[in-house]
Design a protein around this ligand. Structure first.
Ligand SMILES: Nc1nc2c(ncn2[C@@H]2O[C@H](COP(=O)(O)OP(=O)(O)OP(=O)(O)O)[C@@H](O)[C@H]2O)c(=O)[nH]1
Length: 509
């Protein structure tokens, strides 16, 4: 579960509990079924999202119930006010004003709290009794309502007044009964009481009827508290389920283990405290405020946790950015290292004096070349060339002049070769030429062309023309011959050419 969904869930729970706690009587069948559904969802161990969905579905009904509860509270308030006004209107009776004000103050304070309704109704009875006692000349010794409301002189007036008062009181109390929303097994009680109210014109029976109404109000509130307690217990389970869900959700995040542990401990403690407090709470108001306190405290724990999470995320993001930069730098370094490596490799494969591929390059290239030619049964020849009496060049004109000759000779060779032919400086004054797709005859011709190109080249050392010649041994690769054997044969032929007087080509299959 993400931070914001936890926050939303807590918010929904807060709304749900505050609204439902106002009206948890369970008298609306639709609301009952929705609340049952929520409990089933919770009992099945649903996750936080499913619980939230169920609560969202319940919300419109909770709002409706909320409004219905407010309607009932307003009705109680107006019933009480009407009863007080009736008292005031009775000629010859004086309502003790301090007690009246006190009662009206109580009504103003508690009219919205259903648990206080019986007390308020009893308060009215007490006020009525005090009014009676305050009266200087009581008219009769019948029931106090009769005396209270039937003080007039003539019997016909008295009877008429009785009926009017009965009508008014019956109307207000019947309205109250209609809106009490008692469980169905009280239907008969309500019907009897309504019948008594509407059918009976005798004021003497009013105190008894009022007592019955008070009893029914108490029954309604008793049920409401029982349902509310059940609901709050379910809510408590719900909070525990959220806690589990949070624990599970963050279980895999090892880096958050410390703050998760702290959050778990705090939530568990808060849920436990709530559970105990719900058991010991005695009335609706204290339950409501208690649950609100608990939810606030859980909510603030969540907020703390979220800010910790936020900090950790921030650190994680910074670390990731640093890591990314590091990786980018490493990638760049790798690219430049790779090109450096390629450069070094090329250097390692190249002869610095002549810029030709060197002996290492030859050894790298010759094996795969030979294998391809042998596999495809194409001819390949190898020519091993050596400058004749090169020592003399060095000795006569110096080492630098020798170097110059070493650079110029392969240039002459190149002119006599094909593009696909490869020249390597094998070492010292020795060059190897690989001639792919070339028969021995073709190789001999090309070797001869090379020899001529060199010997005819107008070398000029320290202003003097110098003739340079080369000797060449040429061999053709045999079907199963190794590159070393091929080289050995060509090298031998080179020495044969040297021995035969130099400046010549010796070849063999
Ligand atoms: N200037 C210069 N001389 C080199 C280089 N490498 C090898 N040499 C010289 O090449 C000469 C080779 O001499 P030898 O092996 O006696 O052969 P040669 O004088 O060419 O005689 P033959 O091969 O028998 O015709 C030596 O004097 C080496 O010092 C180089 O890079 N630069």
């Amino acid at each position: 579960m993400t931070e914001s969904s936890s926050e939303k869930l807590i918010e929904v729970l807060r709304k749900a509990v505050s609204r439902t706690s106002l009206l948890a009587e369970g008298n609306d069948p639709k609301l009952d079924s929705v609340v049952r559904h929520i409990r089933q969802v919770i009992n099945k161990g649903a996750d936080a999202q499913q619980i939230q969905d169920a609560l969202n579905n319940a919300e419109p009904l909770l709002i409706q119930s909320d409004e219905a509860q407010m309607g009932r509270a307003k009705l109680i308030r107006s019933v009480l006010q009407e009863l007080i006004d009736l008292l005031e209107k009775q000629p010859g009776y004086r309502v003790p004003q301090s007690e009246r004000k006190q009662l009206e103050g109580q009504i103003r304070l508690h009219w919205q709290s259903s648990s206080q309704w019986p007390q308020l109704l009893k308060g009215f009875l007490t006020l009525a009794e005090s009014t009676l006692e305050n009266t200087a000349e009581p008219r009769s010794s019948s029931s106090f309502f009769k005396r209270l409301f039937n003080r007039r002189s003539s019997p016909s007036d008295s009877q008429k007044n009785d009926q009017e008062i009965m009508l008014q009181i019956s109307h207000t109390l019947a309205g109250l009964l209609n809106n009490l929303s008692l469980p169905s097994h009280h239907d008969d009680d309500i019907a009897d009481l309504r019948k008594a109210l509407l059918g009976n014109k005798n004021l003497q029976e009013l105190p008894g009827i009022l007592d019955e109404v008070i009893n029914l109000v108490m029954v309604a509130i008793g049920k409401s508290q029982e349902n509310l307690t059940n609901y709050l217990n379910q809510l408590n389970k719900q909070l525990a389920s959220i806690n589990d869900s949070i624990s599970t959700s963050y279980h895999s995040q090892k880096t958050l283990s410390e703050s998760r542990h702290g959050l778990n401990t705090q939530l568990q403690r808060q849920v436990k405290d709530t559970s105990q407090a719900v058991k010991s709470a005695s009335d609706l108001d204290s339950l409501k405020s208690l649950i609100n306190d608990r939810l606030s405290s859980i909510s603030s724990t969540m907020t703390d946790y979220q800010s910790q999470m936020h900090q950790q995320e921030k650190h994680a993001t910074q670390s990731i950015t640093l890591l990314k930069n590091k990786v980018t730098r490493m990638e760049k370094d790798t690219v430049s290292l790779r090109s450096l490596l390629q450069e070094k490799l090329a250097q390692a494969m190249t002869d610095s004096l002549t810029d030709l591929p060197n002996r290492t390059a030859y050894q790298d290239a010759i094996l795969p070349l030979c294998q391809v030619m042998q596999k495809t049964q194409k001819p390949l020849c190898l020519a091993v060339c050596d400058i004749d009496h090169f020592k003399n060049v060095n000795d006569t004109w110096g080492h630098l002049a020798g170097d110059k000759v070493l650079r110029l000779v392969p240039k002459q060779m190149r002119d006599a070769l094909k593009d696909e032919d490869l020249i390597f400086r094998y070492g010292g004054e020795e060059f190897v030429i690989v001639l792919p797709n070339t028969t021995l005859e073709q190789a001999m011709e090309r070797a001869e062309a090379i020899r001529l190109a060199v010997v005819k080249a107008p070398f000029n050392v320290q202003g003097e023309p110098v003739t340079i010649s080369i000797s060449i041994g040429v061999a053709e690769l045999q079907p199963k011959e190794s590159p070393n054997d091929l080289f050995g044969r060509a090298d031998k032929l080179l020495y044969s050419a040297k021995e035969a007087g130099r400046n010549q080509v010796m070849a063999s299959k």
